[in-house]
Design a protein around this ligand. Sequence first.
Ligand code: IMP
Ligand code: MG
Length: 177
Amino acid sequence: MHNDIKKILVSEDRILEIVKRLGELISKDFEGKRPMFIGLLKGCNPFMSDLLKNVSIDCTLEYMIVSSYKGTDSTGTVTIKNDIPEVMDRDVILVDDILDTGRTLNAVKKILLEHGAKSVTICVLLDKPEGRKVEIKPAYVGGLVPNEFVVGYGLDYNESYRNLPYIGVLKEKVYSK
Ligand code: IMP
Ligand code: MG
């Protein structure tokens, strides 16, 4: 285990089981359709890669670069840094690492619907229900986490720890550096 990690919340094996289940579920629910997966970078990266390996239906893949965080605090403003994919009449599956306040996915979903998406379905690896500030209902959730800042498997603290293969909680000393 990495020296800055206090405890592991979701192990590597468990993550892969969860992701397999989500991929199979989506494949069943979207059978006969051709959904467009849109991942929110950078956090969605490992999750999206593993998820798509478990999706067996025809689909397309796009990414959006979105940020709303500085350190561990939600800034409340969501910035989109690249062109919005062509979503007209498409069934979109929005993929992100974690749902916290809900502001990011809420804002992106609204924009995609304004750009003509037929439907926008939300898929997150983790949900932190206690952090919610706006109402949003994810269709696919890998697991729930308590109101703690978590890192690993795409999730960062000041851009570090995205490369950890598991999800864990940082030691306090890391924040006070
Ligand atoms: P929301 O807009 O507050 O729902 O935040 C969603 C985004 O905040 C996610 O895409 C993450 O990048 C980031 N985030 C929220 N909670 C955590 C956390 O515990 N660790 C790392 N990133 C987080
Ligand atoms: Mg993110």
